[in-house]
Design a protein around this ligand. Structure first.
Ligand code: ATP
Ligand code: MG
Length: 376
């Protein structure tokens, strides 16, 4: 490992932003998003570290490393108290990687009796946070201990979402988990961004899903939920075969085909995020104007769509009880309902036995990736 020895002192004047890229659904674009957003941020001059917290090690592979030949990385951080700076490697100018290898599969069981096992990554990262502008964490498609470490370390969550008719299945459970982590482990954690990936703006369903999400997010505005400030990113990622090809060459999309739609889209995402965070640093503002967002992206209330939502009161969520379907919530003036939004996602079928009070590992969700990738 080359480590971070030659790292320059960061000079962008922003606090390191730690963003967990998370969706327990498989194949929605998490790794693609981390790789290419990080590469684009690095190209903008930011110092970026990416963390592979998935035993599949796809991020590590995508950035051109062979997990089999890697001994250090996130596994050693989690299980052997290794130092963050000695486990990362510089993979591109301005871009460092904390790699993963297959050993990470065993980390959850090895840590089962370790006190404070949820915050190991956070503590390791704290020692290096002065060195970077951004830290992006690629999570496994599960809500287990590895993901919990990501959520404990992160300030913000970015949820990549593939807008098909099952897109919101499991979304409620994801938010419940984040809410729980927010209450118990990391009070600063917020869901900040939803990024629509593999988007086909010509089809009606993606736009309906987008509207459903926006409607749902608006219902949380002004509440104290962990997703009260969440927004659908104004730039989305089109389906693009080049994005699917680039990982097998160990290249980012900018190295593989810098002028394709995929490169264009991820560049826009990085530029948008960078502008947001730089703006915050300069003005002290913590949020982009939501009113403006509301005007620019009017909420379209659809009557019945495959992703139409049904509510679950948040007090159920907070106790991690099963998200049973309740009658549709009507506006209610009680304080309780003003403070917390409903979690209103259809087709949640959580197996709550898999999330105990300690958030024990959960089975991987079926891979939702689509095989019919075509370029637009
Ligand atoms: N916009 C896109 N257009 C076409 N293919 C894409 C796009 N984004 C990602 N892919 C491809 O879809 C597959 C799944 O993407 P990716 O690996 O990023 O998802 P993931 O959420 O990280 O998956 P997992 O849950 O298994 O970690 C990969 O083969 C990837 O190359
Ligand atoms: Mg992945």
């Amino acid at each position: 490992m080359s480590g971070a020895r030659n790292m320059d002192i960061k000079d962008l004047g922003i606090e390191m932003k730690t963003i967990a890229v998370l969706n327990q659904k498989g194949g929605v674009g998490k790794t693609t998003t981390v790789t290419n957003t990080a590469a684009a941020l690095a190209a903008l001059g930011a110092k970026v570290v990416v963390i592979d917290l998935d035993p599949q090690a796809h991020l590590t592979i995508h950035l051109g490393l062979e997990p089999q030949s890697i001994e250090s990385g996130s596994y050693r951080i989690l299980t052997q108290s290794a130092k963050f700076e000695s486990e990362i490697t510089m993979v591109r100018p301005n871009l460092w990687l904390l790699p993963a290898n297959i050993n990470l599969v065993g980390a959850e069981s090895e840590l089962v009796s370790v006190v404070g096992r949820e915050i190991i990554l956070r503590e390791a990262l704290q020692a290096s946070e002065e060195e970077f502008d951004y830290c992006l964490i690629d999570c496994a498609p599960s809500l287990g201990l590895l993901t919990l470490n990501a959520l404990a370390a992160a300030e913000e969550v970015l949820i990549p979402l593939q807008p098909h008719f099952l897109a919101l299945q499991g979304f409620g459970k994801l938010l419940q988990t984040i809410e729980l982590v927010n209450r118990r482990i990391n009070t600063g954690l917020t869901v900040k961004w939803i990024l629509l990936c593999m988007f086909d703006s010509r089809a009606s369903l993606p736009n309906e899903v987008k509207s459903d999400i926006e409607r749902f997010l608006h219902s949380a505005r002004g509440t104290n939920s962990a997703w009260a400030q969440a927004q659908v990113l104004p730039c989305f990622i089109r389906r693009n075969i080049k994005l699917a090809e680039a990982p097998s060459y160990g290249k980012t999309i900018f190295e593989y085909e810098e002028n394709c739609h995929g490169a264009e889209d991820y560049r826009k995402v990085a530029e948008f995020l960078h502008a947001q965070y730089q703006g915050q640093a300069e003005t002290g503002l913590s949020e982009i104007p939501l009113e403006q967002e509301a005007q620019e992206q009017p909420v379209e209330v659809t009557q019945t769509t495959p992703t139409d939502v049904e509510p679950v009161p948040t007090d159920q969520a907070s106790d991690m009880q099963p998200s049973e379907t309740e009658p549709v919530l009507q506006p209610d003036d009680t304080d309780e309902n003003r403070e917390k939004p409903p979690i209103e996602i259809r087709e949640i079928q959580p197996d709550e036995s898999q999330i105990s009070d300690e958030l024990t590992p959960q089975e991987k969700q079926p891979d939702e990736s689509e095989s019919d990738q075509q370029q637009y």
